[in-house]
Write a protein that binds this ligand. Structure first.
Ligand code: AMP
Ligand code: GLY
Length: 430
């Protein structure tokens, strides 16, 4: 990385655990920047000033950045990116980490990404694209079950149905194309072959044709222990992911990362942000499930604490087009994050339950806030489905899990729910 002056004032956009982890990592920068957040949560507000501007209020965020003389904006969630927040900030002369709307389409349109992958012969499941019910149903019959039906647009993680039977796939097609359940997001859909294998993801900091791959991680998407029940945003994660051996990582870089970054640039997109590559490790090799155009949540909570390199310098270099030659230093420790959710998540859950956190925390453990707020009497209360993340760093994964779970047990909250088996898949590999 060439020597460059780092920004002295930063706005982080978002309100979840990912954004709390980003704020913490940026606060640790030797550049000691002033950081603000919008809209933030109760935990972020204990560390930096938070402003009540919603993450999808594009004009409000640009105005906030200008008013606060912000020199660099780091965007957490996908919605503001797809609404063109980066475009608007750049037009106002404010550097931003996070792609413009053309790059955010890689997450906001599964069809756009599928076409890019297929055109560039990057490994991914075979798929058909449909906007009418009859041809979609006919295609389902030719492929058979299990099969996957995906709404094209952003659907808050609910637009994918992995159907074990044709009947369930047909229902999904009707729900998406004929019903209004998914609104505009469901007007077109993808039907793709079901990939079998272990799932993992890779966070890649991209700047045009340059990139650096962040430490590997895996999350647990299902609500229930043993990876059962409905999908969630993620109930826990760990880093590194042992399944991604150095040899496999080389193969993923050669067959997927390098060609994807080149394909995105060749499509005319100057992508400066995180490319989150969801992968299925099939018996035939790694295959792309999806792209996201932001950091993962809760993957970020385990990846960032392992970085020994200044995160601010990396994100700033990416935003400035100066990423070439960047090498990351990574701590040998294992990180594990247990998500504390509100009972009932991912469906209906209560809000406003008081939370009492243990203090002081044992060394190597930190609590990240996600869906928390302060009530009128200043008490920290639950305010979302995923409420907190307990992250521990230790020389072994087993020790990290023990440290994190000891703290999970001490957190008091009437609606507390968490999985007891985060990391189990990895521990059983040993
Ligand atoms: P997505 O919203 O694209 O992340 O998909 C949600 C989840 O559905 C993924 O994390 C996978 O577990 C599963 N999934 C998506 N596509 C496929 C596929 N082609 N084969 C098997 N599982 C899939
Ligand atoms: N944990 C998966 C995601 O952030 O999309």
């Amino acid at each position: 990385m060439p020597p460059t002056t780092l920004p002295s004032s930063i706005l982080v956009v978002g309100s979840g655990g990912r954004e709390h982890a980003l704020v913490r990592a940026l606060l640790a920068s030797p550049a000691r920047p002033r950081i603000i957040c919008a809209p933030g949560n109760a935990g972020i507000a204990d560390e930096v000033a938070c402003f009540p501007v919603a993450a999808d209020d594009i004009a409000g965020l640009v105005a906030l950045a200008q008013r606060e003389k912000i020199e660099f904006v780091v965007v957490g969630p996908e919605v503001p990116l797809s609404l063109g927040l980066a475009d608007r900030l750049l037009a106002a002369g404010i550097p931003v980490y996070g792609p413009k709307a053309d790059g955010a389409r890689l997450e906001a349109s599964k069809i756009f990404t599928k076409q890019l992958l297929l055109k560039n012969k990057i490994p991914t499941a075979a798929a058909g694209i449909f906007s009418e019910v009859a041809p979609a149903l006919a295609y389902l019959k030719t492929r058979g079950a299990p099969i996957v039906v995906k709404a094209d647009g952003l659907a808050a993680g609910k637009g994918v149905v992995v159907a074990p039977t044709l009947a369930e796939a047909e229902t999904a097609v009707h729900d998406m194309l004929a019903g209004e359940k998914f609104g505009a997001a469901g007007r077109q859909l993808l039907i793709e072959d079901c990939l079998v294998g272990e799932e993992t993801s890779l966070l890649v900091v991209v700047s045009g044709r340059d990139y650096v791959i962040l430490p590997t991680s895996q999350d647990h998407k299902r609500i229930g222990e043993g990876d059962t029940g409905p999908n969630t945003g993620g109930m826990g994660a760990y880093s590194p992911a042992g399944v991604v051996t150095p040899a496999l990582l080389d193969r993923i870089e050669r067959e997927i990362v390098r060609p994807s970054v080149d394909a995105i640039a060749a499509a005319g997109i100057d992508f400066r942000g995180t490319l989150f590559i969801g992968l299925m490790l099939t018996p035939d090799g790694p295959s792309v499930i999806e792209f996201n155009t932001r950091f993962g949540d809760p993957e970020t909570q385990v990846v960032l604490p392992r970085l020994a390199t200044d995160l601010l310098a990396v994100l700033w270099a990416a935003a400035r087009g100066e990423l070439a030659g960047t090498q990351l230093a990574v701590k040998p420790d294992h990180a594990l994050c247990v998500v504390i959710a509100a009972k009932g998540y991912p469906e209906n859950y209560p809000k406003g339950d008081a939370i009492t956190l243990p203090s002081p925390l044992p060394s190597g453990v930190s609590i990240i806030h996600a869906g928390t707020a302060k009530n009128s009497s200043g008490r920290v209360v639950t305010h979302g489905g995923r409420v907190l993340g307990v992250t521990a760093l230790a020389p072994t994964l087993r020790a990290a899990a023990a440290r994190a779970y000891a703290v999970c047990d001490q957190i008091q909250c009437a609606s507390k729910y968490f999985r007891r088996d985060i990391g189990a898949r990895e521990l059983h590999r040993r």
